[in-house]
Design a protein around this ligand. Structure first.
Ligand SMILES: Nc1ncnc2c1ncn2[C@@H]1O[C@H](COP(=O)(O)OP(=O)(O)OP(=O)(O)O)[C@@H](O)[C@H]1O
Ligand SMILES: [Mg+2]
Length: 587
């Protein structure tokens, strides 16, 4: 079996570090250099390697410019997902060492001060302390295609020192896409243009090392070990929430795994906001390892779930419905997962919904007869949500870079390096996953059984209906073009039947609506209370006013009486005399 793997990982990393260091020592002031990474592009490494000595000298002599490039075909910054543009709006950090271009942009205001004081972020490891902080950032190759490098019309820029004003950086990052043409395209003949048209390259992980894990997280337990990483359940010391933190087993910086690690982060950053894809929070490099902070899925992996018993058809429908939704979303971004399997499908048990149901149940016990519904919900198996995780093999269908996956789940065409229909490779993997978790496993790694499963000879699973068996074998069709799309599976009769909307779906919707109702009732109750309170205050005020009015009248009466008899009593007269004494003393 042959797989296409990256040939230039090491050289690219080394070269980029070398060049960056070279520039950083020659330039006292760093520059903001967003770059487009042409992921899986073999040429770019060659470009880096083929720099002539004259060219290198030219770059070295150019003050305050970015590290050398030969060409930047396109540099695009987007406002979705959390790319520099959106981060800029929220970022307030001044950590110059961070990957974020937006953070660098925000830091632009602090730039001069930072370098005058030459203070380094404390988290910088020793090997970095002599280096200038980097104002560079990777460009995520998985951000929506129309906004990406495929648009070759425009040459995106490296921002030279001369151009670097807070205003201009912000304009660059915050400009509307429709306004893109207005953004910094160096003029023909501009000496900066050559520098702007440089080859994209990746930010070396080694230079972005920061120390966060122990400081920010409390490690609770080890929850999983894969081929690439170990995953810990952790509590964030600040927000108190539980996360899954995946740490690469080996140091990846500078190794051939570096690109795989970055790939996973890029994919997560783009995809990790769908309900059926494991949610992503952040990622960083530490001690040359890659760490990814993800949503913690309390139900563990599907693999662990089927250890004791296989899934029933109704459970399979829910699994299929969730995973196909996740896949549909991934595919709609022109990306493919390429490693769908039970170990990479995680589940959450909707504890929140469970708890909500319990609370609601207690609150509404006698009010609306919903107790039985909530009880059913609470005990329902259907409260599970499946999520696609482990995005380390995600690749773009436009520029596929297929890494070796788990051959038990891959279709034949992928192993034959036919990447013409990658969407359908995911469909095959999901089909064989369903087959396994329904009781067809364990799956063969090779041999005649392996071939049978890929030649259209999928054994019927007795516990499943005819329709479901047919769907599985259709998904595992030897010809990728004959396999259904994620969209057609999503709309398949099996899933559109009422019961496949599942108690989960219906129950959750009901719970959410009840919750909303509850909130509105509480608000109404509060509003009524407020109105009552206000009414009371008004009536108190009104009565106070009446009594004050009466008091006023009384005062007026007594005053007029006093006017008639100026010193009605001895004591008052004493008081007046004393006051006069004070006045005289003050003078
Ligand atoms: N977010 C999460 N919540 C709960 N458990 C998780 C989570 N992420 C990972 N795990 C557990 O850790 C295991 C390994 O994680 P993952 O698949 O991401 O690692 P990997 O090294 O990339 O795996 P592979 O061998 O497939 O390349 C999973 O099978 C799962 O049991
Ligand atoms: Mg995995």
């Amino acid at each position: 079996m042959a797989f296409r793997t990256s040939k230039h990982d090491l050289s690219a990393g080394d070269t980029s570090m070398e060049q960056e260091h070279e520039m950083e020592t020659s330039s006292p002031t760093p520059t903001f250099n967003p770059r487009k990474l042409r992921f899986a592009d073999d040429d770019f490494d060659k470009d880096d390697l083929q720099d002539s000595p004259q060219q290198k000298k030219k770059w070295k002599d150019a003050p305050a410019i970015s590290p050398p490039y030969q060409k930047v075909r396109a540099l695009r910054l987007f406002d979705t997902p959390a790319t520099p543009k959106t981060i800029l709006k929220t970022s307030t950090t001044s950590n110059c060492n961070h990957l974020s271009a937006a953070a660098a942009a925000v830091n632009a205001t602090l730039r001069d001060e930072v370098f005058r004081t030459t203070e380094r972020p404390r988290s910088l490891p020793l090997h970095n302390r002599s280096m200038q902080p980097q104002d560079t950032a990777n460009v995520n190759p998985f951000t929506p295609d129309s906004l990406m490098a495929h648009n070759k019309k425009r040459c995106r820029t490296q921002i030279g020192r001369e151009n670097l004003t807070v205003h201009s950086v912000q304009k660059f990052l915050l400009s509307d896409r429709s306004d893109d043409d207005a953004v910094w395209l160096p003029n023909e003949g501009d000496p900066m243009r050559e520098i702007h048209q440089q080859a994209p390259k990746r930010l070396a992980l080694h230079d972005t090392n920061i120390s966060r894990f122990k400081r920010e997280f409390m490690q609770v337990s080890l929850i999983g070990v894969g081929e690439f990483g170990v995953v810990f359940q952790c509590v964030n010391r600040l927000d108190g929430c539980i996360y899954a933190i995946k740490k690469s087993k080996k140091p990846v910086a500078g190794s051939s795994f570096e690109k795989r690690a970055l790939n996973e982060v890029w994919a997560h950053a783009v995809l990790g906001k769908h309900d059926n894809v494991v949610r992503y929070y952040s990622a960083w490099a530490e001690d040359d390892h890659m760490l990814i902070q993800n949503e913690f899925c309390d139900g563990g992996s599907l693999q662990a779930r089927i250890k004791d018993k296989c899934l029933t058809e109704s459970e399979l429908k829910i699994l299929l419905m969730h995973v196909i939704e996740g896949l549909r979303y991934i595919h709609s971004n022109d990306l493919v997962h390429m490693d769908i399997k039970p170990e990479n499908i995680f589940s959450t048990m909707n504890l929140v919904a469970n708890k909500l149901a319990t609370d609601e149940q207690q609150q509404c016990k006698d009010e609306d007869g919903m107790a039985s519904v909530y009880e059913e919900l609470q005990n329902s198996e259907n409260l599970v949500t499946y999520k696609i995780g482990d995005l380390g093999h995600v690749t773009s269908v436009k520029e596929p870079h297929v890494e070796e996956g788990d051959c038990r789940y891959l279709p034949k065409e992928i192993l034959q390096e036919d990447y013409s229909n990658l969407f359908k490779a995911d469909i095959f993997s999901l089909g064989i996953t369903l087959y396994e978790v329904a009781g067809g496993g364990p799956l063969p790694k090779n041999g005649p059984e392996w071939h049978k499963l890929r030649n259209g000879e999928v054994p019927v699973i007795a516990s499943l209906s005819k329709d479901f068996n047919e769907l599985i074998s259709q998904m595992m069709h030897p010809d990728p073009n004959e396999r259904p799309t994620s969209m057609s599976i999503f709309n398949h009769n099996i899933l559109s039947a009422v019961d496949s909307k599942s108690k989960l779906q219906l129950g959750l919707e009901l719970t959410v609506e009840k919750r909303k109702n509850e909130i509105l009732i509480n608000k109404l109750r509060d509003a009524k209370k407020q109105i009552k309170l206000l009414e009371q205050q008004i009536s108190v005020l009104a009565s106070t006013n009446t009594s004050e009015l009466n008091d006023g009248k009384r005062c007026l009466r007594s005053f007029t009486r006093r006017m008639r008899t100026p010193f009605p009593s001895h004591s008052k007269f004493e008081g007046l005399r004393d006051r006069n004494k004070n006045v005289i003393a003050n003078i």
